[in-house]
Design a binder for this molecule. Structure first.
Ligand code: BDR
Ligand code: CA
Length: 318
């Protein structure tokens, strides 16, 4: 089994990623860390605990992280309040839990776990990068202990929270810039350019619901909610379908062929007005900086949907 830590701002697509990582037989999700993003961090924590318990994995610990961006004081407002209550809302549409977060904070947990690790543990941030940046700020040598970072975030072709920026990066641009510049051994970025090519349709959501598992039922509820919100607020080329951004990172960890990547230099705009939070991918080598990131530009929608169906068929029955 390959080990991973998911850093999440649980929202509905984070929840699908969490369930997939918690249920897949080839993965060992050793913990989740939560961060301010889609909703305030305490709701992210609670939603993470709900998702884990709902699929019978309440044994996986959750460590709460930063409640606001690293540096930028004017972006503390979570997405659900500022932009689109529809996509996530504050609480997941599944039962609440009596489980509680760990006493240790996310940043301390990340540093201690990697410093003492004897096996490789993939770090998979699928929310704003505040926790990762803070951990690097406290313990810069963290980058020597982390074998691989797989990030959902960024956009080259078009943004979502602004015309030029994707939410996770936009919510903490300074944090993201710090992570891309930190010198991690291997960084893969799955931006909207990839996740928007791996849409899940209503028909596939019905198949998830029909799996007869709590994971399939929950995922279909989350995806139905996302389809409504996308059709209303951010229609994709194809209606009655939506991206499930964060879960594509879990699929990628198990099967890198689900996306196509380019190895390029990536940095983050932290000072623009129209462009703040944009991931600047040097696609055609215009600056003299070495590539630091494998950036996914294509994705195999069919492979992704089959991954969801086969993985969410596992775990407790309804
Ligand atoms: C990202 O923003 C959040 O709303 C999702 O959870 C995903 O991580 C997509 O832009
Ligand atoms: Ca997320």
């Amino acid at each position: 089994k390959r080990k991973l830590i998911l850093d999440v701002d649980t929202g509905t697509d984070d929840a699908v990623a969490i369930m997939c990582a918690a249920l897949h037989p080839h993965l060992d999700l050793i913990a989740c860390t939560s961060v301010n993003g889609n909703v305030e961090v305490q709701y992210c924590t609670n939603n993470t605990l709900r998702a884990l318990e709902f699929v019978g994995r309440g044994d996986i610990p959750v460590y709460e992280g930063l409640s606001s961006p690293l540096a930028r004081p004017d972006f503390p407002v979570p997405r659900a309040i500022k932009f689109d209550n529809g996509v996530h809302g504050r609480e997941l549409p599944i039962p609440n839990t009596t489980l509680r977060k760990q006493e240790t904070g996310a940043v301390d947990f990340l540093i201690e776990t990697y410093r003492n690790a004897t096996d490789e543990i993939v770090l998979m941030p699928v929310g704003p990068l505040s926790n990762i940046a803070a951990a690097v700020a406290v313990f810069p040598k963290l980058v020597d202990y982390v074998p691989e970072v797989i990030i959902m975030g960024g956009a080259h072709h078009k943004g979502n929270v602004t015309p030029q920026a994707e939410f996770n990066i936009w919510a903490d641009p300074e944090g993201a810039a710090k992570v891309f510049a930190a010198g991690f051994k291997k960084v893969t970025l799955l931006p909207l350019d990839a996740t928007h090519k791996a849409l899940v349709s209503n028909e596939r959501s019905r198949k998830l619901e029909a799996l007869g598992t709590t994971a399939g039922l929950a995922a279909s509820r989350f995806i139905d909610q996302r389809i409504r919100a996308y059709d209303d607020n951010q229609p994709m080329e194809e209606r009655n379908a939506c991206p499930v951004h964060d879960a594509l990172c879990v699929n990628f960890m198990l099967d890198p062929s689900v996306v196509t990547t380019l190895f390029r230099h990536v940095d983050v705009e932290c000072h623009g007005t129209l462009t703040v939070g944009r991931t600047v991918v040097d696609t055609h080598y215009r600056n003299l900086k070495d590539p630091n990131c494998h950036v996914a530009f294509g994705a195999d929608r069919e492979k992704f949907c089959e991954f969801l169906e086969s993985t969410l068929a596992l775990g407790p029955k309804v």
